[in-house]
Write a new protein. Structure first.
Length: 72
């Protein structure tokens, strides 16, 4: 069994990591968006957007249609 203090510590470290990434993107993100990385960042963002809509849409469809979802 995992001790509760280690779960809390990992969750806090994860949140700190997310805030560090957000801060870095906020401060130096404008430099990234002007170079050659712009099309790559756009393609990755579009992929995440489409994947999340597909995932959540298919979960909603599966909850409504049941076994009919398996045909897809």
């Amino acid at each position: 069994m995992i001790p509760a203090w280690s779960v809390v510590l990992v969750a806090l470290a994860y949140l700190c990591g997310l805030f560090a990434v957000a801060h870095t993107a906020d401060t130096s993100g404008r430099r990234l968006m002007t170079g050659r990385a712009r099309p790559t960042i756009y393609a990755l963002a579009l992929g995440v957007y489409c994947t999340s809509w597909t995932f959540y849409g298919s979960v909603g469809f599966a909850s409504r249609a049941g076994f009919d979802f398996l045909g897809i």
